[in-house]
Design a protein around this ligand. Structure first.
Ligand SMILES: [Zn+2]
Length: 506
C-alpha cells in the first residue's frame, strides 16, 4: 500500500529534490559571478533559492493537478534528463541553450555514443532513476478545486512580491540571463527545445513577395540607413538635451530631425517596423530584400542582431567585419564605416542602399561601447549592478555612447559628401529608446502600451547631399516612413509605394 501525501507536500518535496540534485551548476554560477559581500548579493542568492523551490513546486503542483499520473511520469522524465544534463554541464562546462539543443538534435548515433561513460551511468542511476523510483512510492491526495485556486493565487502573489523586492538585481539577472537560463533544471532544456523548434519554423517561414518595382531613372543615388540601438532622443542635444552630445551633427548644415516614437521597445519588433512597408502582422518582403530583388545594390553591415531574414548577396555580420579589420575601431561601431566608400565605388549599379545596424548604446555595459577618447562625460558607471552606480554615472556612460554615435554618423556624412557623382541621403533612426533609472526602470522591453516615454522616444535624423531633396514640414513621423522614403529617394516606383509616407517633398 503506497503512502498517501497531499498534493502540495508532494510538489514541494519534488521541488526540493530538484533543487538539491540538479541546481548545483546554476547556484555554482551565481556564487562565482555575484558579489556575496554586498547586501543585494546575499538578497539575490536567498531569493533565487526561495524562488527555485517555490516556482518549481508551483509548476509541479499545477502539472500534477491537471495531468495526475501522467504528471508523475513527466516528472520522472525530467529527473532523468536533468541528471544527464547536469552530467554534461559538470563534465564539459556546456550550457543548455538553444544552440546546444540544436546540436543535440542534430547529433548522429556515432557521435553521441562516444559520450557514453561510466560517470554518465552513475549520474543516471543515482540522480535519475533512483529519485524517479520514489516518485511512484506515494499516492497523491488531490485538493478540491477551491483550495487549488487559493494555493495558486497566494503563490503567484508571493512570487510577484519576490520579483519586485529584487529590482536592484534585475540588471545582473538580465546580463546573465543566457547562462542562468542554460543552467536551470529542468527549464533549460524544456524552454530551449521549444525555442529551437520555433526558431526553425521562423527560419522556414517564407516571406510574401511584394509586387515588382521599377527603377525610374539613371541618376546615381545612395541611401544609407543607420539603425540605432537603444538610442533615445532625450539625450541628443539636437533634440534639446542640455549636454552637448552632438558636437559634430549640430554643425552640419541642412540636417533635419523629427520627433518620433518607436512602435515597440525591443530590437526585433523595432527592426521589423523600420524595414516593412506597413504594419500588416505578416512577413512581407522587407526593404533590403525587396530592393535587392529589384536590381538595387544592397549592402548590410551589422554589429548587432535581431533583423528579419535578410536575403541579399552582401550581408556582413560582426565576425566577418572583424576578420578583415585592423586598428582600434574594430572593437566598436566605427568598424561599420571601414571600406564602405570603396564598396560603393565598386558597384556597377546606379541605385544603392546601405544599411548599417549599430549596437553602440546597448546596455548595461555602456562604458564598453565607445573608444576611450569619447569618455567625455565622467565619472561613468562601470558595473552592471545597479546598486553600485549612481544615476549620474549611468547617464554619463550612456551619453558617451551618444557622443560616439554623433561621431560615426557625422563621419558617414563626410564620406558621402566625398562621393560627388552620387546624390545621397543618410537616415538615422533608432529601434527603440532606453530607460536609465527613471521610475526605477532600466534598459528596455516593457510592452509598448505600458512603456515610459524614455523607451519609445527615438531620434530620426535625415541629411541629403547638397540639399538635393526638400523635406516635408508638419508631417507625423514613425518608423514606417523609412521604407517609402528610401523608395522615393532612390526613384523606385512600386504599386505599394505611398507618397504620403515619404518624408521627401515631390
Ligand atoms: Zn534594440
Amino acid at each position: 500500500m503506497p503512502k498517501q501525501l497531499k498534493l502540495k507536500s508532494y510538489a514541494l518535496l519534488a521541488s526540493l529534490v530538484n533543487l538539491v540534485l540538479y541546481q548545483y551548476p546554476f547556484f555554482k554560477f551565481v556564487l562565482s559571478n555575484n558579489n556575496l559581500k554586498s547586501t543585494s548579493g546575499i538578497m539575490l542568492l536567498i531569493s533565487l533559492i526561495v524562488a527555485s523551490i517555490i516556482l518549481n513546486a508551483f509548476v509541479f503542483y499545477i502539472g500534477l493537478y491537471l495531468l495526475r499520473n501522467v504528471g508523475k511520469w513527466l516528472l520522472a522524465i525530467f529527473f532523468n534528463i536533468s541528471a544527464i544534463a547536469v552530467y554534461f554541464i559538470n563534465t564539459y562546462g556546456i550550457i543548455i541553450d538553444r544552440t546546444m539543443i540544436g546540436n543535440v538534435f542534430n547529433t548522429n548515433y556515432e557521435e553521441s555514443s562516444s559520450f557514453f561513460s561510466f560517470g554518465l551511468v552513475l549520474y543516471v542511476l543515482f540522480l535519475g532513476l533512483l529519485p524517479s523510483f520514489f516518485l511512484f512510492k506515494f499516492k497523491i491526495i488531490r485538493p478540491k478545486l477551491k483550495s487549488f485556486l487559493i494555493h495558486t493565487g497566494v503563490t503567484l502573489l508571493f512570487l510577484g512580491v519576490l520579483v519586485f523586492a529584487n529590482s536592484t538585481n534585475w540588471l545582473w539577472i538580465d546580463k546573465n540571463s543566457k547562462t542562468l537560463g542554460g543552467l536551470v533544471m529542468p527549464w533549460s532544456y524544456v524552454v530551449n527545445t521549444s525555442r529551437y523548434y520555433s526558431h526553425i519554423n521562423k527560419k522556414n517561414k517564407k516571406q510574401i513577395l511584394l509586387p515588382d518595382a521599377t527603377i525610374k531613372d539613371d541618376e546615381k543615388s545612395i541611401a544609407v540607413l543607420v539603425i540605432g540601438e537603444s538610442a533615445r532622443s532625450e539625450n541628443f542635444s539636437l533634440y534639446g538635451y542640455d549636454k552637448n552630445t552632438n558636437p559634430l551633427l549640430s554643425q552640419i548644415e541642412g540636417l533635419k530631425h523629427f520627433e518620433t516614437e518607436s512602435c515597440a521597445t525591443y530590437t526585433t519588433a523595432g527592426l521589423q517596423c523600420i524595414l516593412e512597408h506597413k504594419d500588416t502582422g505578416k512577413l512581407y518582403e522587407i526593404l533590403p530584400n525587396y530592393l535587392f530583388r529589384n536590381d538595387v545594390e544592397v549592402i548590410w553591415k551589422t554589429t548587432n542582431w535581431g533583423e528579419p531574414k535578410v536575403i541579399i548577396d552582401n550581408f556582413q555580420n560582426k565576425e566577418m567585419l572583424r576578420k578583415n579589420c585592423e586598428g582600434p575601431d574594430c572593437e566598436y561601431d566605427g568598424i561599420l564605416l571601414k571600406g564602405l566608400k570603396d564598396e560603393i565605388l565598386a558597384s556597377k549599379k546606379n541605385k544603392i542602399l546601405v544599411v548599417l545596424h549599430t549596437s553602440t548604446s546597448h546596455g548595461p555595459t555602456y562604458f564598453e561601447k565607445y573608444p576611450k577618447q569619447f569618455e567625455k562625460f565622467t565619472p561613468v558607471c562601470k558595473s552592471v549592478e545597479l546598486a553600485n552606480c549612481t544615476q549620474e554615472e549611468l547617464i554619463n556612460a550612456y551619453n558617451n555612447t551618444i557622443l560616439y554615435t554623433d561621431f560615426i554618423v557625422a563621419n558617414l556624412i563626410d564620406d558621402l559628401k566625398q562621393l560627388k557623382e552620387y546624390k545621397s541621403t543618410m537616415i538615422f533612426i533608432s529601434d527603440h529608446g532606453e530607460s536609465l533609472g527613471e521610475k526605477g526602470l532600466y534598459m528596455h522591453g516593457i510592452p509598448a502600451s505600458l512603456a515610459p516615454k524614455e523607451q519609445l522616444e527615438i531620434p530620426f535624423i535625415v541629411w541629403t547631399s547638397d540639399n538635393s531633396r526638400n523635406i516635408k514640414e508638419n508631417q507625423g513621423h514613425s518608423q514606417h516612413n523609412i521604407f517609402h522614403s528610401v523608395l522615393d529617394f532612390l526613384a523606385i516606383d512600386s504599386p505599394i509605394y505611398e507618397q504620403d509616407m515619404s518624408i521627401f517633398k515631390n
